[in-house]
Design a protein around this ligand. Sequence first.
Ligand SMILES: [Cu+2]
Length: 236
Amino acid sequence: MRKVLGAVTALVVALGAAAFFGLPGATAQGGGTIEAEVKYGGPAQVDKLKVNQDTEKCGTEAMIEKVVVGGNKGLANAVVSVPSAKGDGKGSKITVDQHGCKFVPHVVAVKTGGPQNEAVLELKNSDDILHNIHTYSTANPSINKAQPKFKKVMTEKLEKPEYVKLTCDVHSWMLGWVAVMPGPAAVTDANGVAKIENVPPGKQTVEVWHETLGKQTKDVEVKAGQTTKVSFEMKK
Ligand SMILES: [Cu+2]
C-alpha cells in the first residue's frame, strides 16, 4: 500500500511540477512585469460605527477602512491596472466573502473579456445571516439580491470595465469595491505594493485608483522578461 501511495504521490508531484513550470513559459511569452509602489503621506482614515443588529455575527462596532496606510507610507487597497495593454479577451473570477458583516477583501480586481467572457464575481456568505448585495455602477446593470443564510455562494457576471461599489442593504456600513478591468490589474498590499505580470513590452500607461484618493496615471516602458518599477504618491 505504501509503495502504491508513494508512486501516486510521485506522479502527482511530477504532474504538478510540469503544470507549474509549463505555465509561465506558455503565458509569459515576451511579457514583462510592472511593480508599482503607491504611497500616501496623509493619515489613515478608519470610520467607526456602533452596530446594534446581528451583533452575534457583526460585533458591536463596525470599522470602515477608508484609507489604510502601512509601513513606509504604503497605501493599501489601491487598484493598479494597465489600461493601455489589451486584455487576452478572457474574463477571470474573483471571490468576495461576506464575513463578520464585512466584504473580505475590501477591494478586489478582476478581468472582463467582453460579452462572452465576463468577469465572474463569486459572493460568499460565511456569516449564517441574511445579507443583501447591492452594487452601484454605471456601465454594468446594478445587482440587488438577497442572500439568505442558507445560500452560501452566489455568482454574478460583470461585463463592462468599471469600478463597482459593493454595499449591503441589510448592514448599512458594509462597503467593498470590485475593479472590473479589461486587462491585467492588481491590488496593493499592506505595504502599498502591487505586481502585475505578463504585460506586453513597449510603452504602457499605468493607472492607480483609490476609493477616496482618486486616480493617477504614469507612462512606463515595459521590457520582456524584466521588472519595471513605478511609484505613485497619492494626494488628498
Ligand atoms: Cu450584510
